[in-house]
Each structure stands twice: as structure tokens, then as C-alpha cells.
Write a protein that binds this ligand. Structure first.
Ligand code: UT7
Length: 381
């Protein structure tokens, strides 16, 4: 078995979802004291997506997850682990991952949320990949999803022009083929926590009339300081992860940075000496979608045919925490992948309907059980 490769986590599926509602810079310039030129020049953002009133982080996660499972041709009932990286979960608890697990009918899966600002998705990918390499799981569904529009102060021009909603998902599967996730770097500096935060709603400032009056349930950010931190940490984490993978920055075939600001990306890319044609950005159309930014960008890059088997793909992110993360992946699938046959897509849709019915049945059964117990207790008294 001299030629056998080590067990690795390989990307076998990808999917993304963006709400249909487009919010342009022009519209924003009519909402706050800003201009189309300012937003475009200082951020590189032209428009962003905003979730509809019936959409949530879980519902967007679900759409991205289904697309990723379709590409991987993985039966949702065989998914072993679901991680949702998000700072805008549907609820503080239950976790959004559990809501997704239920909606997918992923009855064999463990599920948890991971919250680490915009670095959350790369953190989640690293955790899932390591659990797969350790032999604990054979596959994992890793999702990054945000409904940031619900925590944006639409009267604060410093933040409202930057963010957007969306979701991206990857399926990781164990394999002994060459490549997969080669290395990850995770970093944090909590002393910078005040620079980017949602001040209220946690145990320090639980929700009160005052916290609402003082607009403490919205994103607060010192943009200039976060900018400085980002331009320092992105090149550093990228160099570290490439070195850890035993490679060089020159080997990077595709760099997928966190989509926060075009100037941050340009500065990092310049510092690293990566040619612009090896950098993927979709920031202009989606803005900063925090945990969703890397998986949405990576999925779009794959769909556009920007990666080929054997390519070194590096994703790097930074954000609230302060935290940062980078991962180096050797792409191991030939692309494009064939579309699954229609009857398999139909069968998959049936499975999702079945999952909904099963979930309804379990809820009803639990309610009926509780009612019956109450009745019995009443009779005994
Ligand atoms: O995922 C991580 C999350 N956060 C980030 O990545 C954000 C990182 N930071 C940034 O992207 C940039 O710092 C911003 C885009 C937020 C701001 O750009 P900047 O070039 O650093 O602007 P600045 O904060 O230095 O502000 C320059 C001026 C200020 O006016 P004065 O004080 O010079 O008169 C701001 O008040 O621009 C003003 N300004 C605006 N003007 C028009 C700030 N926001 C706006 C706006 N429209 N939307």
C-alpha cells in the first residue's frame, strides 16, 4: 500500500442561495447620507441582496444545502454532521443547524452552529475537515448563512451600505484520493472585540426597552480599525496556511478572500503578489455576507469553471472577534460535474416532502403525548 494517500476531507458538493430582492447603492443613497460613488469607490460594492419577510437564515441555509447535496449526490439521510456558521441564527437556541437537520430529514446527523463573525465558515470547514480526517465522520455538510439585514441599523451609513444576505454550503466527504483540505489556520485576538459587535441581546446587556431605544441590537463597527486589522491579517494567514500545506504562495491557482471591501482584497493580494486573475470576487453584487461570503464566492467560482483538478485553492477570512482563518484546498474533482438524472432529482424532492411530514408527525406525536399525560395527571388528582 505504498501509494495509498492519507485520509482527507474532499469537497464533493457545493451550493448557494441569494435572496431575489436587490438593494442598489442608488436606493441606499435615498435612505441615508451617502452616494453611489462613495460606496463604490470606498467598498467596491454595487448592490446587495436582502432577504424577504418569509426568509430566514435556516431557510436560506436549506436551499444552499439542498443544492450542495444534489451536486454531491449524497442522500440527506446519510449526512453525518451539519455545521451552520452564522451570527444571525433564527434563534439563539435551538441552533439553526438543528432546524436545517430537521428540514433535510438528515436523521443520522449531529448538528451545531458555529459563531465566529465573518471567519465562522472557514472555522467550520476546518473543524469538519479535521473530524473527517480523524475518522469520526465520513461526511459533513458545512453551511455559512446570514440574514444580516435584520441586525443592520438602516439609519447608520457607516454600516448599512456594507452588508447583505445569503447562504453557501459545501459537502465534505472522506476519501483517500490525492488532495482535499490540506491545512487550515485559525487565529483570534479578543482584545479587539469592541471594534465590531452587536452590543445587546447577550448576558451582558439582555434586551430591555433601553437597549432597544439606544439601538444596541444592531451592528456597531469601527470600520477604520477593522480595515487596518484586515489588511494585516489576511496576507499573514494566507502565507501561514500555504506554508503549512508545504506549498508556496506562487502555487495558489485561486484565491477566495472574504468579500468585505475591494480595497482590503486589493491590498492583501498586492502584499501576497497574487496575480489579479487568480483572485475571485463577487463583492460588487452581494456586499459583505459575513459567514456566507466565502462559501458563496467559492461556489460561484466553481460554477464558473475557475478551478480545475489539482489546483491549489486558498480561502482567507477575517472579522468580528477579532478572528481570522485560512484554509488551503487541493481541488480533487474533475469539473464540471454531470447533472444528476431527473428521476434522482425527483426522488430527492420526494425525500424532502417526506422529511416535512415526518417532522410534523413527530411534533404532533409529542404534543399529543403531553396532552395525554396532562389528562391522566388531572384524573389522578
Ligand atoms: O467582515 C468584516 C466587517 N467589516 C469590514 O470589513 C469593514 C472594514 N472597513 C471598511 O471597509 C472601511 O473602513 C469602511 C468602508 C467601513 C469605511 O471606509 P473608509 O475609507 O475607512 O472611511 P472612513 O471610516 O475613514 O471615513 C471617511 C469618511 C468619514 O467622514 P469624515 O469623518 O472624514 O468627515 C465618514 O463619516 O467617510 C464618511 N463615511 C461615509 N460617507 C458617505 C462613512 N460612511 C459613509 C458613507 N457614505 N456610507
Amino acid at each position: 500500500m505504498a501509494n495509498e494517500q492519507r485520509r482527507a476531507a474532499h469537497i464533493s458538493g457545493w451550493g448557494r442561495y441569494a435572496p431575489t430582492r436587490v438593494l442598489t447603492n442608488d436606493e441606499l443613497s435615498r435612505m441615508v447620507d451617502t452616494s453611489e460613488e462613495w460606496i463604490q469607490q470606498r467598498t467596491g460594492i454595487l448592490e446587495r441582496r436582502v432577504a424577504g419577510s418569509d426568509e430566514t437564515t435556516a431557510s436560506m441555509s436549506l436551499r444552499a444545502a439542498r443544492a450542495a447535496l444534489d451536486v454531491a449526490e449524497l442522500d440527506p439521510r446519510k449526512v453525518e454532521l451539519i455545521i451552520v456558521a452564522t451570527v444571525t441564527p433564527d434563534y439563539v437556541f435551538p441552533s439553526t443547524a438543528c432546524l436545517v437537520q430537521d428540514a433535510l430529514g438528515a436523521r443520522s446527523a449531529g448538528a451545531f452552529d458555529l459563531s465566529d463573525g465573518c471567519s465562522g465558515f472557514v472555522y467550520a470547514l476546518s473543524v469538519a475537515a479535521d473530524l473527517i480526517v480523524a475518522g469520526r465522520y465520513d461526511n459533513a455538510l458545512v453551511i455559512g448563512a446570514e440574514t444580516l439585514s435584520r441586525i443592520i441599523d438602516w439609519s447608520d451609513r457607516n454600516t448599512c451600505v456594507l452588508f447583505g444576505d445569503g447562504a453557501g454550503a459545501l459537502v465534505l466527504q472522506a476519501n483517500r484520493a490525492r488532495g482535499g483540505v490540506l491545512a487550515s489556520v485559525l487565529g483570534a485576538d479578543g482584545s479587539g472585540g469592541d471594534l465590531l459587535k452587536l452590543p445587546a441581546g447577550g448576558s451582558v446587556h439582555p434586551a430591555t426597552y433601553e437597549t432597544v431605544d439606544q439601538r444596541q441590537h444592531y451592528i456597531h463597527m469601527d470600520g477604520r480599525e477593522v480595515f487596518r486589522f484586515a489588511t494585516r491579517v489576511m496576507p499573514k494567514a494566507t502565507r501561514q496556511v500555504v506554508e503549512l500545506a508545504g506549498l508556496k504562495v506562487e502555487d495558489i491557482a485561486l484565491f477566495v478572500p472574504h468579500q468585505a471591501n475591494g480595497r482590503i482584497i486589493k491590498s492583501a493580494v498586492r502584499a501576497l503578489g497574487i496575480p489579479p486573475d487568480r483572485v475571485f470576487t463577487n463583492l460588487a453584487r452581494y456586499g459583505n455576507t459575513s459567514s456566507a461570503s466565502v462559501p458563496m464566492a467559492l461556489t460561484e467560482a466553481i460554477e464558473e469553471g475557475r478551478v480545475q483538478k489539482g489546483d491549489l485553492v486558498v480561502c482567507a477570512s477575517f472579522g468580528a472577534g477579532l478572528a481570522w482563518a485560512a484554509t488551503a484546498i487541493e481541488w480533487s474533482l474533475p469539473l464540471p460535474v454531470a447533472k444528476p438524472p431527473r428521476r434522482r432529482i425527483f426522488w430527492r424532492r420526494m425525500l424532502y416532502h417526506l422529511a416535512r411530514i415526518q417532522s410534523w408527525w413527530r411534533r404532533s406525536w409529542r404534543r399529543a403525548g403531553a396532552l395525554l399525560r396532562q389528562l391522566r395527571e388531572g384524573e389522578e388528582e
